[in-house]
Design a protein around this ligand. Structure first.
Ligand SMILES: [Zn+2]
Length: 113
């Protein structure tokens, strides 16, 4: 199993990723860099998880940040730390969410721009 990243005790393996991992290399780099500071929560969805019908519960990891004018991803904390310097720059909201099924461990990434 090829470990891609880990959030607390939760390990994300390449083999469990639902989509083509090559399409998400940029996103995964961001997650890998931030993963030591990330946390997850366990949520229950109304429908099914879409991977198996065993549970409606999945683990959710959320990374809230922005894409700046240089096309670089920065976290909300990094932007807040800029103080008034941030006021003259342009930022587009960029939220990365990772869902991992509690039953079969399959995981997906979605982006909110
Ligand atoms: Zn599942």
């Amino acid at each position: 199993m090829n470990k891609i990243f880990q959030v607390k005790d939760l390990v994300f393996y390449e083999e469990d990723f639902v989509d083509d991992i090559k399409d998400y290399e940029d996103i995964l780099e961001i997650i890998q860099e931030l993963s030591p500071d990330l946390d997850y929560e366990t949520i229950e969805v109304a429908g099914s998880n879409g991977c198996c019908d065993k549970t409606k519960k999945n683990h959710l990891v959320e990374v809230i940040g922005y894409i700046d004018e240089n096309d670089e991803f920065i976290t909300k904390e990094e932007r807040d730390a800029m103080g008034i310097m941030a006021m003259n720059k342009k930022f587009d909201l960029f939220v990365i969410t990772v869902h991992k099924c509690t039953a079969c461990s399959k995981w997906v990434i979605s982006i909110l721009e």
